[in-house]
Design a protein around this ligand. Structure first.
Ligand code: NAD
Length: 435
């Protein structure tokens, strides 16, 4: 255990908690969050996000706290607060601003003169945010100059939660700082927990920009596939078949169409387009990709309506059409429902008065009920329409036959991630569709 450095991680969410747990194997760590409910849950050994196992929360060198003074007792302060967008899709940097203010106040309090902390931001943001927005706030409230009273670094988080192959230790960590000596110090700390290696970016702005473009590239690649899926549907061609055929070319990248949700991919592009606009450039490609992905659930609703018109209209009223949605989270194998497009999909189906039920084994039943959806603990076997919206392993492991058995003869199976495309069409009495 390295006792000369204490680390405070600000924000015990999806990003901050795993980082605090990993660092606590080598350092004394404060896991700080201003939300008392979150801290008491962690003290009681429970992570509602289901990222960290209960037993890993209990460690002598990790203390969870709501006490801000832990900041002034730390040599390294890592900020992992949310960076969402406002209703008009402009960046909401209020969490970053509030955290910077709080850190500034703490730096002005009780701080030993010899003690010069490093404040390391991990939240995703636009290039320039750390230096142009966060540093001036810390300087104002601490009354210390950056580089003299404290140093700054930026290291974006890249973990793919829900995917055991791409976790904190197995992904190269990009670090950056204004001074080489600070970048080296951050590298030394992260080298302890990251097995894949550290990449030192030449500046904080480069590291900030690198993080947003990783997610923009993914958003755009998916949006292209979504647009293709809409076109191919009109041409009565299956997109999975087209992708399979095109993938035989060496440089074709087989992205899949799908619903894009979560706290990162549908949000981060707006951070870059915002700063682009502030600098006199209005994005065309990035925003049009966003528009396609943002509307994709409407295409699915339109498909469902077409099937209903064909198979049930005149035979059943809307409320007699039983629809089961499998999966509510924004992606596979996570419980996170932030910006989940499945929620939008269900809202539209509910507004059309269909009888919609949702089953997601990872999302707490309480959360599903709080958004006033009809949630199920188990699945019955007589639905008119089944929508496999999220490809959780638990659903895939059931296999095609079991999933199909939940649907009535004459029913419809919409497989939004084309998981079972190769196995489908076995039972003629069920209509299978995937984009
Ligand atoms: N979740 C992901 O998959 C992921 C992946 C890569 C990057 N990121 C980025 O990491 C950042 C954090 O995302 P997240 O998903 O962990 O968010 P989150 O909402 O899960 O957690 C943030 C936590 O910060 C706390 N918080 C907010 N302001 C605070 C303050 N001033 N003081 C103390 N605590 C405060 C909140 O109470 C919350 O518990 C975002 O910028 C996000 O874009 C997230």
């Amino acid at each position: 255990m390295n006792n000369d450095k204490k680390i405070c991680v600000v924000g015990m969410g999806y990003v901050g908690l795993p980082l605090a747990v990993a660092l606590s194997k080598y350092y004394d760590v404060f896991g700080f969050d201003y939300n008392p409910e979150r801290i008491s849950e962690l003290i009681n050994g429970k992570d509602k996000n289901q990222i960290i196992k209960n037993e890993d929360l209990i460690s002598g060198s990790l203390s969870f706290t709501t006490d801000e003074t832990c900041i002034s007792n730390s040599e390294i302060i890592i900020v992992t607060v949310p960076t969402p967008v406002n209703i008009d899709n402009s960046p909401d940097v209020s969490f970053l601003k509030d955290a910077s203010k709080m850190i500034g106040i703490q730096l002005s309090n009780n701080r030993k003169k010899s003690h010069k902390p490093i404040i390391l931001y991990e939240s995703t943001t636009f290039p320039g945010c750390t230096e142009d927005i966060c540093i001036p706030i810390i300087e104002e409230f601490s009354t210390k100059k950056c580089g003299e009273g404290f140093d700054i670094g930026y290291s974006p988080e890249r973990t793919n939660f829900g995917d055991n192959n791409h976790n904190l230790e197995s992904i190269v960590k990009v670090v950056s700082a204004q001074k080489e000596s600070v970048a080296r110090e951050i590298t030394e700390i992260y080298s302890k927990i990251i097995k894949a290696g550290i990449y030192i970016a030449p500046s904080i702005k480069v590291a900030e920009a690198a993080k947003v473009i990783e997610n923009i590239q993914r958003d755009l690649n998916i949006s292209l596939m979504n647009e293709l899926a809409i076109i191919f549907d009109r041409l009565d061609i299956n997109t999975s078949e087209v992708i399979k055929a095109a993938s035989t070319k060496w440089n074709f990248i087989p992205f899949k169409p799908g619903l894009v949700g979560g706290h990162c991919i549908p949000v981060d592009p707006y951070y870059l387009t915002h700063i682009a606009e502030k600098n006199g450039y209005v994005s065309e490609v990035i925003l049009s990709g966003r528009k396609i992905n943002d509307q994709m659930h409407k295409f699915v609703v339109k498909k469902i309506e077409e099937f209903i018109d064909c198979h049930f209209r005149g035979k059943k009223s809307s409320y007699q059409i039983d629809i089961l949605i499998l999966g509510l989270s924004f992606k596979k194998n996570v419980s996170d429902t932030r910006n989940s497009k499945v929620i939008e999909l269900i809202k539209q189906l509910n507004s059309k008065k269909y009888n919609v039920e949702v089953y997601d084994p990872l999302v707490e039943k309480q959360e599903i009920s709080s958004i006033k959806f009809n949630s199920k603990n188990s699945i019955k076997n007589n639905y008119d329409i089944l929508i496999l919206a999220v490809d959780h392993d638990e659903f895939i492991n059931k296999g095609y036959s079991e999933i199909e058995s939940f649907i009535k003869d004459g029913g419809i199976f919409l497989d939004l991630n084309s998981v079972f495309y190769d196995y489908a069409h076995k039972k003629e009495s069920i209509l299978y569709w995937s984009p």
